[in-house]
Write a protein that binds this ligand. Structure first.
Ligand code: HEM
Length: 366
């Protein structure tokens, strides 16, 4: 959540706004993006919109538009300059919008900036939407799956926790500078993205006639790439359905050289080529840091003495192929320091130790 402040969406930290957007708008968009739309398969039927999907899409879009307009208006009213220490991503973009002049820097380099690049209000809205959609559900879904897979495979959780204890120690939390020293963490993340790509189906359109695998594909055909199925293809992966991060470990696993940057076609969680994910670095950073902090900060147990083998690992249809049942897990503090700075460690641990009573629901508590 801390990252939201710099993106200009700290208003999402207001519980009521967040509840509305998360429970109404995001959920509705997620359902609609993942819905089976008859018009996609029989385009001549799409004008009739037999399932009412287009009507719902327009309504969800209007609700989201209203929210994003509010963010932009609030930022224009406060008139921060990109140089202000508390300026965020929206303030940065407003510097390129002709009708928004920062109060403090009036007459200053604003015109100069706008002669290099001009953005319209719609451009800024589109970028905010990209960050909101690209960077929230994808990362949240992957964090929940990573934790669920490790609860289901406790040896892997223990191996990751040992790596964290050896590298970071128990007297502080993991931070960004540790991430490059945690090779097993990277393997856990890769294995999670292989089995549970947050965007399981990529939708593209062919730009020209082509032949793929002996099939002639005409220009302007809609192409769906099933990244989920590719990641579990038995021809490309040994034990394809097993969560086994060690397959990626250098010098140990058979898939050590396989990466997700778009060149290994058996592993495409971020897509490939010009339309691949532009937020890969940010998404990975958020994902790695969250999983590392959860694994390092707490010992984890399943509720009511549930065995790992009893954990439901099924998924359901939807934009991010989410878990069919939410993950519930009980944390116990592991560190000798508080997770938040400037807090008394005893008070902090007392507070955390109350969590098992109310059961931590992972995605909402992150
Ligand atoms: C674990 C995290 C993430 C995963 C797995 C992921 C995956 C993907 C995938 C598979 C695509 C579609 C590629 C294609 O169609 O070939 C995509 C597109 C996109 N992603 Fe991400 N993404 C993640 C995080 C982010 C973040 C953090 C942002 C921005 C803050 C972001 C912004 C976007 C945008 C704007 C597109 C559309 C690109 C285009 O249409 O050209 N993503 N992402």
């Amino acid at each position: 959540m801390a990252g939201l402040a710099k993106t200009g969406m700290e208003w999402l930290q207001d519980p009521l706004s967040w509840l509305f957007v998360a429970s109404v708008v995001f959920v509705e968009f997620s359902k609609l993006f993942g819905a089976f739309n008859i018009g996609d398969f029989f385009p001549w039927l799409s004008w009739a919109d037999p399932q009412g999907i287009n009507v719902r899409l327009r309504a969800a879009r209007a609700a989201l538009d209203e929210f994003i307009d509010k963010i932009i208006d609030e930022h224009m009213a406060r008139g921060k300059s990109p140089d202000d220490v508390d300026a965020d991503m929206v303030d940065d973009m407003l510097a390129f919008l002709p009708e928004a002049k920062p109060k403090k820097a009036a007459g200053d380099g604003g015109d100069e900036l706008q002669s290099t690049l001009r953005l319209t209000r719609d451009n800024i809205k589109a970028i905010i939407m990209d960050v909101m959609f690209g960077g929230t559900e994808t990362v949240a879904s992957a964090i929940e799956w990573a934790m669920a897979e490790m609860m289901h495979s406790p040896d892997d959780l223990r191996r990751l926790q040992k790596e964290l204890a050896d590298t970071v120690g128990f007297d502080r939390n993991v931070d960004e500078s540790d991430l490059d020293k945690l090779p097993f963490l990277k393997c856990v993340i890769k294995e999670t993205l292989r089995l549970h790509p947050p965007i399981p189906l990529l939708l593209h359109e062919t730009a020209e006639d082509c032949v793929v695998g002996g099939y002639a594909v005409p220009r302007a055909s809609r192409v769906m790439i099933n990244v989920f199925a590719i990641g579990r293809d038995a021809k490309a992966w040994k034990d394809p359905d097993t969560f086994r991060p060690s397959r990626f470990v250098a010098g140990e696993g058979e898939a050590a050289g396989v990466d997700f940057k778009g060149g290994c076609f058996e592993f495409l969680p971020f897509g490939s080529g010009r339309r691949s994910c532009p937020g890969m670095a940010l998404g990975l950073y958020a994902l790695e840091l969250a999983v590392a902090q959860l694994a390092h900060g707490f010992s984890w147990a399943l509720p009511d003495g549930m065995k790992p083998s009893e954990l439901d690992m099924s998924d359901i249809f939807g934009l991010t192929a989410p878990r069919a049942t939410r993950l519930y897990a009980v944390p116990t503090p592991r560190l000798t320091c508080p997770l938040v700075a400037d807090v008394n460690v005893d008070e902090h641990n007392k507070w955390i130790s109350m969590l098992p009573a109310c059961m931590l629901r992972l995605p909402l508590s992150i």
